[in-house]
Design a protein around this ligand. Structure first.
Ligand code: ATP
Ligand code: MG
Length: 344
């Protein structure tokens, strides 16, 4: 059912490179915008501490993982001094109280506690920056997966370019909004990282499988091992494949679209960035879903679990169309991002 693609010419390859780099340049926040995020965090923390002394706010998600957009929401995790976990806390009550406090702050609009979700949050709009903010409680694993993604983004500039391109692509195809039944940005980023690990030669290692000690260190958070090798500057010494992959970012982008449409066996295998060996859907007992993405730390969590059959087909179609659009040579660099129509 897939159309054959012509070979990638050097000229078209250069155009694809430009498209990928452009996605990063157009959407990544600059230093001032990054500082603004930190500034908002600090102000919110100061304000909340007036009512709840000992409260600590931490940024996570794309404000910190290296794959943020100018307009990305501000993900904040709230913890209390001297309290390691949320065990014994009435999280719903705290979220409701927090919402009451935040409603008094004139710079915020639409303060809304959402206590029915798996992770209870307070959502609101920060007027001056125009950013949406989500505050969750003791979302500790998310702090660690943010650090993991940030480490991967620091290994090679191609990681950043590809993850931005993937995000732009999924937003344009309307397949990148988990609150509307598709996959989250986080899930698509895991798909990019998995592809880069499985590429031959690989572009990035499996950081959770690298260690200098005789045994893999164990750092338990919420019962899961969050260890990974984070001394990125030492990778040339500990990772034998370092620097071996020399493909251009455009080649890799088309390679990714081809990988997920032509090669990867979704029925058989799990998208899993914590180990190099293939993991089967059978072994995880996750055979009832077509797109299966294992969280790198919470191994019981399949990020594709919420996808309907219809949405799964819609996502696969977007990838098939993307393969055709990015695999068919054009002579000039497109000035505008293609509209949604061109994909369907
Ligand atoms: P965006 O730029 O789209 O906001 P993001 O990475 O911040 O990208 P969010 O959906 O805002 O994505 O999620 C924030 C963070 O919450 C993620 O980076 C990840 O750490 C965590 N997260 C999001 N979705 C999931 C999920 N389904 N399972 C586990 N953790 C998740
Ligand atoms: Mg976010």
């Amino acid at each position: 059912e897939l159309d054959p693609l012509p070979p990638l010419t050097p000229k078209f390859s250069v155009i694809l490179d430009q498209v990928c780099v452009q996605c990063y340049q157009d959407f990544a926040p600059n230093t001032v915008e990054d500082q603004a995020r930190e500034y908002i965090r600090q102000n919110l923390e100061n304000f909340i501490r007036l009512e709840f002394p000992g409260t600590k706010l931490n940024l996570f998600g794309s404000s910190k993982n290296g794959f943020g957009f100018k307009q990305s929401d501000l993900d904040i995790c709230m913890t209390m001094d001297g309290l390691e976990t949320a065990e014994g806390l009435d999280c719903i009550r705290i979220i409701e109280d927090l919402a009451k406090v935040l409603k008094k702050q004139s710079g915020l609009r639409n303060v809304l506690p959402i206590t029915t979700a798996k992770v209870p949050i307070v959502k609101f709009f920060h007027v001056r920056s125009g950013l949406e903010v989500d505050i969750s409680l003791y979302n500790t694993l998310a702090l660690h997966n943010t650090r993991l993604l940030s480490s991967y983004s620091a290994i090679d500039p191609r990681v950043k370019f590809l993850c931005y391109t993937m995000k732009v692509f999924t937003k344009m195809c309307d397949i990148g909004d988990a609150s509307r039944g598709s996959l989250s940005s986080y899930a698509y980023t895991l798909m990019v990282l998995y592809f880069l690990q499985q590429r031959n030669p690989p572009v990035i290692p499996v950081l959770q499988e690298i260690y200098k000690e005789p045994k893999k260190p164990e750092i338990l958070v919420d019962g899961w091992n969050v260890y990974f090798f984070d001394k990125i500057e030492e990778l040339p010494d500990v990772w034998p494949d370092f620097g071996k992959n020399t493909e251009s970012v455009g080649q890799l982008w088309l390679g990714l679209l081809r990988f997920y449409t032509e090669e990867f066996d979704f029925k058989e295998h799990v998208i899993c960035i914590r180990r190099k060996n293939l993991l089967t859907t059978f072994k995880k007992q996750w055979t009832s879903k077509y797109i299966v993405i294992e969280d790198p730390f919470d191994l019981n969590h399949n990020l594709g679990a919420g996808l309907s059959r219809k949405m799964t087909n819609f996502i696969m179609k977007a990838f098939i169309n993307g393969r055709r659009v990015f695999g068919t040579p054009v002579k000039i660099f497109p000035k505008e991002y293609p509209s949604k129509m061109e994909y369907f």
